[in-house]
Design a protein around this ligand. Sequence first.
Ligand SMILES: [Zn+2]
Length: 144
Amino acid sequence: MYQFSRAIYRELAPYIEAPCAGMAPTSNHAAVLRACEEVITRLATDRHYFARPARTLFLDVRSYFPMSAQSHVHRVISRYIDCAQTFLAEHPHEGYTAVSGAPPQCRATTRKGSACQRTPLPHNGYCPSHQHLADTEDRELAAA
Ligand SMILES: [Zn+2]
């Protein structure tokens, strides 16, 4: 998964502004790379609750770039986040395992209050016995 965050960072790196005097010369670069990795991690592990990842990342990093580069930064981020989302839609378990080191688990909580340990279905993140929760969620979203 981190091939996506590294690709974003590589394309953006030449445009990153130098930090204020007194800061480590690489501090802005480190901050941009970290923001890219955080968004990719969250996308891979929690994409059902991550509504606008490209916008989130753009808002996180835009202050590190000059005005003249903003639209380029936005395009690069949108393009790679689209790729990452396409990849995750096709390989949700691989994406999750790549960033978390463990396979995904159902999003439901059992009646005892612990996390359900079963393998979720890729399209909604709930295991077969918790599919009714996904249905409820869809109705709530539709009603909102
Ligand atoms: Zn479950």
